[in-house]
Ligand binder design. Structure first.
Ligand code: ZN
Length: 189
């Protein structure tokens, strides 16, 4: 297989292909689309046993240099990712603007999202996600994520028995549809 690449200062051969599939350049090889580094490995060493992946010793997903590659398992990859700091959590993530302490404060607070968002300088979605435990989930054992009851949002019970949670008032369209809307404010825990 011939594949154009550029050489980086660290000696990696980066395939000049648009990265697809989670940052791995793709090529058509052996009758199918596959990650370029995997195709290069198979070309040189033959087929891989089931469950075996081709790993980057250099941690560069675009690299196709044979001696930067080695076979291994997915578990090896995950262990490496943690050791090399590619898997980070909470305030160590690049996008984090809150500290763990602030997240705990927010989860304990009964204030409305809009007020918290303004105070902490983040958007409301950030508050919503961390309150519900979808982000900062590693803190869930310290302060359990909020239930809809204490997020300060009104909850709307529909005739059908379905409860919807929404931000703000029911839309005119919902009201016009003749849906009986019951807005309850529940006590914070
Ligand atoms: Zn490399």
């Amino acid at each position: 297989m011939r594949l154009a690449y550029t050489v980086t200062p660290s000696g990696c051969h980066e395939a000049m292909k648009r990265p697809g599939n989670r940052g791995y350049p793709q090529v058509f090889s052996h009758g199918t689309m596959m990650n370029a580094h995997r195709a290069v490995w198979i070309d040189a060493h033959g087929p891989l046993a089931p469950g075996i992946v081709v790993r980057h010793k250099c941690d560069n997903k675009r690299c196709i240099r044979l001696d930067h590659l080695e076979p291994g398992t997915h578990a090896d990859n995950m262990r490496d990712a943690v050791e090399r700091g590619r898997v980070v959590r909470g305030e160590k993530t690049a996008s984090a603007r809150l500290t763990a302490a602030q997240v705990l404060e927010i989860r304990k607070s009964t204030e409305r999202q809009v007020a918290l968002a303004a105070r902490y300088g983040v958007n409301q979605a950030t508050i919503s996600l961390l309150r519900s435990g979808r982000t900062w989930s590693h803190l869930n054992s310290l302060v359990p994520p909020a239930q809809a009851a204490n997020t300060g949002r009104p909850r709307t019970a529909l005739r059908s028995g379905v409860t919807i949670t929404h931000v703000g008032r029911p839309s005119p369209r919902v009201l016009a549809a003749g849906v009986r809307v019951v807005v309850r404010k529940e006590k914070a825990r």
